[in-house]
Design a protein around this ligand. Structure first.
Ligand code: BGC
Length: 444
């Protein structure tokens, strides 16, 4: 079935829910600019800077755990609405904060919202999507994450001249409001409704978003899957070991292959190459954000046609090449404009390759591979691990640069990325064009 044959509603649902991704990206990216002004205004020590930056990540770990329990009880939709409220509240508190403690509380609240929405949104979209365009729709969330990061870099540039850091923070209230209000009008996941025995409502929603032909087929499949899931099976049991391990390993690999060393620290890396100007370093960072966004847009065009595996394997190969080039150029060239350009090129290659593979596909796969009975909890678990690995990389990167030196640090990330390639090659199978229920049968 072609994309155009589905009612527009299905695209609108994905777009509104993916505002959660926009906030994820924005709140992650904006701090790189805001922190410079906080440092001056509150005379921050390095420890306090790290605390402010990482409180968001700690919040995200907590958010992923709490939301894992709520997505099945309250429903996917209500969890996204709650996250939107927290996004709004956290933004408000941060905007008017006059002490470091208040800022840390606000960042933790924003983190909880990010942790919850980072998996509740892909989960919600996946359960409302027709199989043949599910990759495209779920990955809109990743497009929005990268758009959020890019927009935050631009907003930072815009307000930086007049040191208006409160405005940089406050802008996020707009998408938070839109997400909260928009979600009120969207339906709950038909799969969850069916599981809760609200079969008529589930049918109505499927009819509206998938059309008549697909509805009966999907309902019959959902019925079989729900039949197996009346009880709440324990998450950690032999039957689910393989999908749980795949989710956990992909979560770890998505982070320990180094993406956020670039997203969080690009200006520092550019300065190591000998680029002395702050402005050039920030502009180059905006370039990284743009490449990330454009390549993610490209990836979602192909994700349902080429499939997840080829994109993942190609993307990871490009990441290895990019990392090796960064490592070699640091090892053999002296800081100079030439090194600056070579490093920038290698960084772009690395980020572009992440954007067509591990970036969108990790979040997509964890929304696809789990059986309905454990989907919410299993996604929350993989997401929690992803944020914990993110925190680990964020707090260890600068020390690694110091103790190992830059060439060895990037060589280490290259080595981990090679391991990731083998992991995907041997353990990750294709999910394109299959209904969630067909995928579920694999584990039986
Ligand atoms: C990752 C984030 C990362 C972002 C960059 C996401 O898929 O989970 O950690 O910052 O991609 O685009």
């Amino acid at each position: 079935m072609k994309k155009d044959n589905y009612p527009r509603l299905v695209y609108l649902i994905a777009l509104i829910a993916a505002l959660g991704g926009l906030l994820f990206g924005y709140d992650t990216g904006v701090i790189s600019g805001v922190i410079l002004f906080l440092q001056q205004e509150f005379q921050l020590t390095n420890f306090l800077i790290e605390l402010i930056v990482s409180s968001l990540l700690v919040g995200a770990i907590i958010g992923a755990i709490i939301a894992g329990k709520l997505v099945s009880r309250l429903g996917r939709k209500k969890v996204v609405i709650l996250a939107a409220c927290l996004f709004f509240l956290g933004t408000l508190i941060f905007t008017i904060a006059h002490s470091v403690t208040t800022i840390i509380i606000a960042r933790t609240l924003l983190g909880i919202a990010i942790g919850a929405s980072s998996f509740a949104v892909p989960l919600y979209i996946a359960e409302l999507s027709p199989p043949s365009i599910r990759g495209f729709l779920v990955s809109l969330n990743q497009v929005m994450i990268t758009a959020g990061i890019f927009i935050s870099y631009l907003i930072n540039l815009y307000f930086a001249e007049h040191a208006l850091w409160r405005w940089m923070v406050a802008i996020a209230a707009i998408p938070a409001l839109l997400l909260g209000i928009g979600m009120l009008f969207l339906p709950e996941s038909p799969r969850l409704l069916y599981q809760k025995n609200k079969k008529d409502q589930a049918r109505k929603i499927l009819m509206a978003i998938h059309g008549e032909r697909l509805t009966e087929f999907e309902l019959s499949q959902i019925a079989v899957s729900v039949h197996h899931t009346l009880k709440r099976p324990p998450l950690f049991q032999k039957k689910f070991a393989i999908p749980i391990l795949i989710g956990v390993f992909l979560a770890i690999f998505q982070q320990i292959t180094g993406i956020n060393t670039i997203i969080y620290y690009a200006p520092i890396i550019f300065k190591l190459t000998g680029l002395t100007s702050n402005v050039v370093a920030i502009l180059a960072t905006a370039g990284v954000g743009l490449v990330n966004l454009l390549m993610t847009l490209l990836a979602i065009r192909f994700i349902d046609r080429l499939g997840r595996r080829p994109l993942l394997l190609t993307g990871i190969t490009g990441m290895v090449l990019g990392l090796l080039c960064i490592s070699l150029s640091f090892a053999f060239a002296k800081p100079s404009p030439l090194l600056g350009w070579i490093t920038a090129g290698s960084l772009f290659l690395y980020v572009a390759s992440f954007a067509i593979g591990l970036g969108p596909i990790f979040w997509l796969l964890i929304a696809e591979i789990y059986p309905l009975s454990i989907r919410g909890r299993a996604m929350s678990f993989a997401t929690m691990i992803n944020w914990a690995a993110n925190l680990l990389v964020a707090i260890s990167f600068l020390s690694l640069l110091h103790y190992l030196n830059p060439p060895r640090t990037f060589a280490l990330y290259a080595l981990l990325t090679i391991l990731c390639w083998f992991f995907v090659y041997f353990f990750v199978s294709e999910t394109k064009n299959k209904s969630l229920e067909e995928l579920e049968k694999r584990w039986e």
